[in-house]
Design a protein around this ligand. Sequence first.
Ligand code: NAI
Ligand code: CS2
Length: 453
Amino acid sequence: MRLANATLGQLSKEVSRFSYDRNAQNIGIVHFGIGAFHRAHQAWYTDKAMDAGEINWAILGVSMRSADVANQLVPQDGLYTLSERSAALNKTRLIGAVQNVAVAVREREYIISTLAKSSTHIASFTITEKGYCRDANGSLDVELANSASFYPIIAAALRRRYEARLQGLTLMSCDNLAQNGIQLEKLMLEYLFHRDKQLADWFTSNCTCPSTMVDRIVPATTDNDRAELAAQIGLNDFGGVMTEPFSQWVIEDKFAGPRPKWENVGADLVADVRPYETAKLRMLNGAHSFLAYCGLNRGHTYVHEAISDPELRESVLKLMTLEAAPTIKAAAEQNLTSYAASLMNRFSNPALAHRLSQIAIDGSQKIPQRWLETLAYNARNGRQCPAILVGITAWISHLQGANGPVDDPRAKELKSILEGSTDKALALFGFQKPMSSNWIPSESDRAIIATSS
Ligand code: NAI
Ligand code: CS2
């Protein structure tokens, strides 16, 4: 039997559940990219906020590329479960925050009209780094944006809100981009200048794009996960997500209108997100990408396997503490040494089957903010980054097919450039610094490189 409103009586009593009345909740948020992460992070916070008394913050999820998640959740009345897993924990909660899921290619008008309602205040995004349609210089690729992106949908909804003299929208990126709100605002304005100049001024004065730092490790759910989950909860849940106990959400407090009181359920509303996002992107995500490319090259499948490889472990610690941490202007309450130690523990979680191949996807969209910012900062200060250089070597062998087909929007471009020249490849990202001229790999670097080439 499948999880749905009608079968909740069969759901195991071990599964914790919300107590608010879903039928009394209007949609207040339209979320683009309703993948695993949104369901395990923002929707989880919003579910808790509604359980704490917030009203009219139900979520309409939008899938831009396929009907998969709609097929998972719509027959389940939007219901799914979230399982927090570690060596000592397996805790499952029923989530009711997602009211419906729409597929952009066939429900465009429904999505636009929902965004244009006075009761909708926030459009949020987890559409992957490539979903923002940026070119190599970080500007909008207008042709790509006009093809199958969220930009035309948002522009059409903003036009209706403008003509109806409604309040503007808050556009909130929850993707792993540096200064994600600033980038989204810049790109949205570039689109409006092309598409609807008059609206550009209204957008600037009436809409906001807060930056966020989002952190929760959420591997793609596998069929095996779903089978284990069914046995555990007593129903089939095709939309279930698996994650770690840890979660963090730091949000710039800059909203065009109302928002849920996420601060009452564990999120942090701050004036400046930068210290948190820089630490997270350069330390956690920088280490993740290192483990992905070097771990795959050394025959590992999962993060927890790669982090227990002594040579990789040593290099990851160096990358986080000696290369990334010195580039971060930490906030008073941040302790980057204990942050690195906590990351090592999180990476070691044996209950999360986090595939290195999932992290290896879209490296061209990830490496700039995860490694190149660190590299450039240290190069300006006369310091080397041997661990990152080892990572780049492994990434290059990945791009040349060492681990099978390469899933990256710029795979062809990079592969054609890769005649063994690291600098040429990095120049693609506008990264011109000479970086490997006098680098002498250490013994353990050489060991890792040997398995990477
Ligand atoms: P997912 O694969 O489950 O979902 C990706 C979503 O993005 C899907 O809805 C897909 O349709 C959409 N998408 C993919 N390419 C797109 C494009 N070119 N244009 C528009 N939409 C597109 O992945 P997941 O786990 O939900 O992660 C999504 C994003 O969330 C990541 O790329 C990252 O930026 C962020 N994130 C993920 C975390 C995780 O551990 N999974 C943790 C922190 C952030
Ligand atoms: C991972 C991230 O797939 C990847 O690129 O590095 O999704 C990572 O799991 C999250 O940023 C953790 O918060």
